[in-house]
Design a protein around this ligand. Structure first.
Ligand code: GLV
Length: 310
């Protein structure tokens, strides 16, 4: 008879917040507990579709503990009067930091250098060894200028990079000036970026936004960085562009068919591959879980959610 169901282990403070509202079930056996659930706390690894909602006839809120919500059928939830929430803001800096970590790793060739050292190939300082590229003077292209895109833009100037962006909605002029970021159309973004970093949500419009045609038009020797969603990129086309040298390298935290990775990516030395860790700091993950718990708490207590998906 659980009133609240979670698909992942909650931090103690989230359990404490929710427990007074009623029994909390999960993560073990969470699916079987849905019959009585009024709140579901979940992650991007669970598809919240009509079939799942059918198992939870009393559900009032889907408190998604991540910011992206492409795995939630928001229309199906709305049709049943179920509120959907996500976790904006609390993971912005962690994700923007990781995007920059990937930019630095890819452009300076850090994983290759590290692998070489571990293989016993470091025989002393060599003037022409392990060379990467500079960031100062390079153009950082940002695809998608929401909270995370803006946080990445803010990090460009301290590294001496020029920021340009393309987004569905253009920022007001004063916000552009404060960020030092110039809006350009998609063609210009692709043609001018030395590093193209993706920060758009995954929607039917953005799926494969970076396809073979786009990859062909990127600057020779440029880099692609993706900390958003894998399916923004046609992964097979990316492998081709990396193999034929159109791109100098890539830094990827997300994949088209997670958790499987295109075997071509695994073979390429000039690609930095991370296991979807954009928001994976202790502080950030705790904030995400707490925000999801607060959203569930608000709805079950008859209050508006803090961060609803609209
Ligand atoms: C993580 O990928 C998120 O969407 O928060």
């Amino acid at each position: 008879m659980a009133r609240i169901v979670t698909t992942f282990p909650l931090p103690g403070e989230a359990s404490e917040l929710l427990r007074p509202l009623g029994p909390v079930a999960g993560p073990d056996g969470w699916r079987d507990a849905l019959a009585d659930a009024e709140a579901l706390l979940c992650l991007l690894t669970v598809r919240v579709d009509a079939a799942l909602l059918d198992l939870a006839p009393r559900l009032k809120v889907v408190a998604n503990a991540v910011v992206g919500y492409e795995h939630v059928d928001v229309a199906a939830c709305r049709a049943r009067g179920i509120v959907v929430t996500n976790t904006p803001d609390v993971l912005t800096d962690a994700t923007a930091d990781l995007a920059f970590a990937l930019i630095l790793s890819a452009v300076r060739g850090l994983p290759q250098a590290e692998r070489s050292l571990r293989a016993g190939e470091f025989h002393g300082w060599g003037f022409w060894d392990y060379l990467g590229g500079d960031l100062p003077g390079k153009t950082l292209g940002i695809f998608g200028m929401g909270r995370i895109g803006q946080a990445v833009a803010r990090r460009a100037a301290p590294f001496g990079m020029r920021a340009i962006y393309h987004s569905r909605t253009r920022l007001p002029a004063d916000a552009e000036a404060a960020l030092g970021a110039e809006w350009v159309d998609l063609d210009a973004l692709i043609a001018r970026s030395d590093v193209l970093s993706l920060h758009a949500p995954l929607t039917p419009d953005t799926r494969h936004a970076i396809d073979a045609g786009v990859l062909r038009r990127m600057r020779p020797g440029s880099f692609l960085v993706n900390t958003a969603r894998g399916a923004l990129v046609d992964e097979a086309a990316l492998v081709d562009a990396l193999r034929d040298g159109t791109l100098a390298g890539a830094g990827l935290d997300v994949y088209e068919h997670e958790p499987s990775i295109h075997p071509g990516l695994l073979e390429l030395p000039n690609v930095v591959l991370l296991p979807h860790v954009g928001s994976a700091t202790r502080e950030t993950r705790t904030r995400m879980a707490m925000l999801a718990a607060r959203n569930a708490h608000a709805v079950l207590s008859g209050h508006p959610p803090l961060t609803p998906v609209r």
